[in-house]
Design a protein around this ligand. Structure first.
Ligand code: ADP
Ligand code: ASP
Ligand code: MG
Length: 406
């Protein structure tokens, strides 16, 4: 007998019919002798609908109320799946974050998990009842509702698996595994049977939204095997597991893209100590997350340009803050560009193979794609390009690094 956490994404619970399918699958797992804890997302499209409602009412919604609103989507699907299970003769109970003591900090919209109570879940399992937990939500130290960031139900699933010491966390979604790139963009993408936590962490943080980044962090920290698979068929999916020797043989494992960032440039900043500190301190105080940073070395050591990326959602505020900083520093101009995207190649094999950057840049130049920014780490190379070239860049890189299905 195994203890299995099964997390179902928005499309998997997107209708009554689909919620019944989910219930049938959960029941089959339980009937095979396993203990199951279910985690559900809101029905597909629901969270976006709620986001729109909030912004229609107030372009800068109060974060506490925004989270109360967004968390409601998961309350609906958890009750529907619990109803479906009970109707099939499998006792089940819907559970919200406050009921299982799912504690987070108070950072609304991207709260971090602090602790998870397991006693109620264990009591349910012992009684033979299937807990159906609402993903994405938590409660802060004062009991306010928080949410874990978009895609956060993945993190609920893996964190519960860690807290319960489960054998596996199964992530059921609308694709049948983790692919060499987004299979909805590149038809020749191939399923990756096993991917290391390190690689998946990079893939997730660089745009492969099949798993939320924090869920992979939890998996890695607590060694929870994650099995990403389809909720529409029984096929074996992809496993996220510790690295093994065979994994380094593949140089580039996957290609990702991310259209969620914007670029800000401060032109003509004085090239002197303290300038970068002032810029990034101002952004940090406003809790704006900066990703890539480039500072040109100035010819005459007098003035330089500073360029960085921030989430598109924060670009207006970041620009406003930077205009004030530019004035104070005597910089010439602040520019913002929201039509950019980041394309990355990822693979643990890059640690031991050279020439990946050279190949990446030459393939892109042959396709007429201009590179605006570059960032590297041990196992990834990311570039910023014009958003219009995203799909083209992903396709040519996928092919050039031998990832296309034959
Ligand atoms: P869910 O609602 O089940 O959480 P998501 O939409 O969050 O599902 O994540 C699944 C989607 O992730 C897929 O439909 C696919 O378009 C996208 N995706 C992006 N990159 C990848 C990848 N490398 N492998 C698989 N899916 C990917
Ligand atoms: N419903 C939330 C979202 O759409 C959480 C999730 O689906 O994982 O982001
Ligand atoms: Mg998701």
């Amino acid at each position: 007998m195994a203890l299995i956490v099964q997390k179902f994404g928005g499309t998997s619970v997107g209708s009554i019919e689909r919620s019944k399918n989910v219930a049938a699958r959960v029941k089959r797992t339980r009937d095979a002798g396993h203990q199951v804890v279910v985690v559900v997302s809101a029905m597909s499209g629901e969270t976006n609908r709620l986001v729109k409602l909030a912004y229609d009412l107030d372009p800068e919604p109060i974060s506490r109320e925004y989270d109360v609103l967004l968390a409601s989507g998961e309350q609906v699907s958890t009750a529907l799946v619990a109803l479906a299970l009970n109707k099939m003769g499998a006792p089940a109970r819907s559970l919200l974050a406050h009921q299982i003591d799912f504690r987070t900090d108070a950072t609304y919209s991207r709260a971090r998990i602090e602790s998870i109570g397991s006693s109620l879940l264990r009591a349910c399992l012992e009684k033979g009842e299937i807990p159906v937990v609402a993903g994405f939500q938590g409660i802060d130290p004062e009991g306010n509702i928080t949410t874990l960031g978009r895609g956060g139900s993945d993190t609920t699933g893996v964190a519960l698996a860690a807290a319960l010491n489960a054998d596996v966390c199964e992530i059921y979604t609308d694709v049948d595994g983790i692919y060499t790139t987004d299979p909805n963009i590149v038809r020749t993408a191939r399923k990756i049977p096993r991917v290391s936590y390190d690689e998946m962490l990079e893939l997730a943080s660089l745009g492969a939204k099949v798993l939320q980044t924090r869920s992979v962090e939890f998996g890695m920290k607590y060694r929870v095997p994650i099995h990403v698979r389809s909720s529409f068929d029984e096929s074996e999916g992809s496993w996220v597991v510790p690295e093994d020797e065979t994994m380094e043989q593949v140089v580039v494992r996957a290609v990702t893209y991310d259209k969620s960032d914007a670029r800000i440039s401060i032109l003509g900043v004085p090239d002197q100590p303290g300038v970068a500190a002032k810029v990034f301190d101002t952004l940090a105080k406003a809790e704006i997350v900066v990703d890539m940073i480039i500072q040109n070395s100035s010819q005459d050591r007098a003035r330089t340009d500073l360029t960085f990326t921030v989430p598109k959602a924060n670009v207006t505020e970041a620009r406003r803050l930077m205009e004030a900083v530019a004035d104070a520093l005597g910089a010439t101009e602040v520019k913002a560009d929201t039509n950019i995207s980041k394309v990355s190649v990822v693979g643990v094999g890059m640690r031991s193979h050279s020439g990946v950057a050279a190949k990446m840049f030459s393939v892109l130049s042959q396709s007429g794609v201009n590179i605006q920014m570059i960032a590297t780490s041990e196992i990834k190379i990311s570039i910023v390009i014009d958003e219009a070239y995203t799909e083209l860049a992903v396709r040519v890189l996928h092919q050039a690094f031998g990832l296309d299905a034959s």
